[in-house]
Design a protein around this ligand. Structure first.
Ligand code: ZN
Ligand code: ZN
Length: 129
């Protein structure tokens, strides 16, 4: 079944999130450009450059990581589930803090090594303190 709903309209309009299905209110004054859902942080691959709506892909873009600039500003890294492109987008003032924190902490919850390896220090292999 294919039905096309234009989920992400111009920044000043509200939209229904393509990922979590929640209704997102129109952009508040002072918010420059909303390009992702404030609840689940998902976006839609519609821009080539921010705000131009010139990408023909239309795939859902999931937030996969948090990036911080040298000034400490947070951005989301979005990856398109359709074409695989990755883009960074600045967080918005009304983004869900829990969702942001969960995304930032995700790598720490799936460490590729046992956490004891850190507290054990750099002792020789097999030597227990
Ligand atoms: Zn959402
Ligand atoms: Zn795409």
């Amino acid at each position: 079944m294919s039905r096309h709903i234009n989920h992400f309209h111009t920044p000043s309009e509200g939209f229904v999130c393509v990922s979590c299905g929640r209704a997102v209110a129109p952009t508040e004054q002072g918010t420059v450009h909303r390009n992702h859902c404030p609840f689940c942080l998902a976006s839609c691959h519609v821009d080539i450059r921010p705000g131009d709506r010139r990408a023909s892909c239309g795939g859902t873009m999931h937030a996969v990581a948090v990036f911080t600039s040298q000034s400490g500003e947070w951005s989301l890294i979005h990856r398109c589930t359709q074409c695989g492109v990755m883009k960074s987008n600045r967080i918005a003032g009304d983004d869900d803090e829990g969702a942001l924190l969960a995304l930032a902490l995700r790598p720490l919850s799936t460490l590729p090594f046992p956490v004891e390896a850190i507290t054990r220090g750099r002792t020789a292999a097999g030597v227990e303190s």
